[in-house]
Ligand binder design. Structure first.
Ligand code: ZN
Length: 238
């Protein structure tokens, strides 16, 4: 009788683990053994679903992006896998610089190269993470000095969708317009993660640009709100 109860309990535990999947969260570093060593967090729900990669701190003086990304380092989605690189250029983030004076702008250095300067090597290692996890969508977190305005060239309060054919990006753009009233742009610059990764690997990228005119708390919550909209679209969160 007792054995039977244990067997029934074991079956319940097994069913529960099938229903909820086996969560596996781990992290590793890229640019190991250098000042630019920075962690990558992989949060695997154990359930079938999409993989989404979120990257912050490509520009170190755009803090809403890396603060939002850091909120997600322990977040396990309901389905699929979330990969988070909170501080892509960790030295620039820690110094509040767009980039460091002795290196190129990381967001003009994609697709990167193994033998290039620091920015190109960093881009190369980020691209290797992307190649390994093959996300369905990449979310690249940035900020601008002001709201979108053609006369100033500022692009805050916008999202930039890749120019590759991606009906999902268009769906998401409409959701973001509805929810936050952000402007939707396209046409990211040469050497940017958005342009080069989307065109080379055929993975859509959405760049979020909040406006530094707003308080930091508000910008972080706008970044998280758009991320949540995207995760919700992919049925990774309620
Ligand atoms: Zn930026």
């Amino acid at each position: 009788m007792f054995n039977k109860i244990i067997a029934i309990i074991l079956i319940f535990i097994m069913l529960a683990s099938v229903a909820y999947g086996d969560v596996s969260n781990y992290s590793f570093d890229i640019m190991k053994d250098s000042a630019f060593s920075t962690p990558v967090y992989v949060n695997d729900s154990g359930n079938d679903g999409k993989t989404i990669l979120i990257i912050g701190g490509v520009h170190g003086n755009e803090p809403a992006g890396f603060h939002a990304a850091e909120e997600l380092i322990d977040y396990t989605p309901k389905n699929g896998i979330l990969v988070v690189i909170p501080k892509a250029n960790i030295v620039a983030c820690n110094n509040n610089n767009r980039t460091e004076y002795y290196m190129d702008d990381l967001n003009r250095s994609f697709i990167g190269s193994e033998s290039g300067g620091i920015a190109h090597r960093l881009a190369w290692e980020i691209v290797n993470v992307i190649k390994e996890y093959k996300p369905s969508m990449i979310i690249d977190l940035h900020e601008s000095r002001g709201e979108y305005d053609e006369s100033t060239g500022y692009i805050g309060q916008s999202i930039i969708i890749s120019e590759i054919d991606s009906p999902e990006s268009v769906d998401i753009a409409f959701l973001v317009i509805d929810k936050l009233g952000f402007t939707v742009l396209s046409g990211a610059p040469e050497g940017s993660l958005n342009k080069e990764v989307s065109e080379t690997l055929n993975i859509p990228v959405i760049t979020i640009e909040t406006s530094a005119n707003q308080e930091l708390d508000k910008r972080v919550s706008q970044q998280l709100s758009i991320i949540k909209t995207i995760l919700n679209y992919y049925e990774m969160e309620d």
